[in-house]
Design a protein around this ligand. Sequence first.
Ligand code: SF4
Length: 282
Amino acid sequence: MSKIKVAELFYSIQGEGRYMGVPSVFLRTFGCNFKCAGFGMPRGKLSREVEDIASRVHYYNKYEELPLVSTGCDSYASWDPRFKDLSPMLESDAIVDRIMQILPNGQWQDEHLVITGGEPLLGWQRAYQDLLDHPSMQSLKEITFETNGTQELSEDFKNYLVEWQAKLKDREVTFSVSAKLPVSGESWEEAIRPDIVCRYQDVGHTYLKFVVANGEDVNDALQAVQEYRSAGFTGSVYLMPVGGVENVYNMNNRTVATLAMKHGLRYSDRLQVPLFKNEWGT
Ligand code: SF4
């Protein structure tokens, strides 16, 4: 039976993108190919906020005890190897048991499954098939992969997802692609991969979601959109404010909403910040 290294598994409301407001189970897998230490920092500077937390890692026994950060990646413990012991390797049966426990009626109804990270397409594509084939998962209809858009889908997984959707009416797979702009601190060449993202469109509904703080970031987003469109990307584009903590989010959300309107792009909130202060497990 396949195993997945699970950073978090919780039930909440989807706060971002196409399914904003939908009750959702979040499966956060461990591992990412990026660090995104530039978020919330002046251009060219990288956050070191997590270094202090990592130096005290043995004080923390579970995710809920970890501090929130206002700069860098807000889900740092889901990929930083220094926090790896907080994320157990779980067999798909154990993951499904836990999902059934946290669903309000002990079975899938109108809830949707979010497979997030870290970067969820990095290493677990084979294991997701075992998970979704479990008898208790058969009434699930909607899945979103929250990806940074740099990981190819294997042929096997592509075929599997196409067949999974065909098996039941109204089933749909979505790729919510949060492509990383220079504001993240990652390089353009590695982060903006229209060739890969366009192939997600062969499998499911695919949209782009750019995390931005100001007009300079939005200009980067517009340039990236041009590259995606030239490669054949046809989906929607969202702008979402930087801000994993409330004060940063509050500084940015109105500016970003205004910039989204100005450029005819969609605005995505991050409802988990005003509703739940973006605490772990929300
Ligand atoms: S891609 Fe996502 S999970 Fe990975 S470091 Fe960047 S923000 Fe964090």
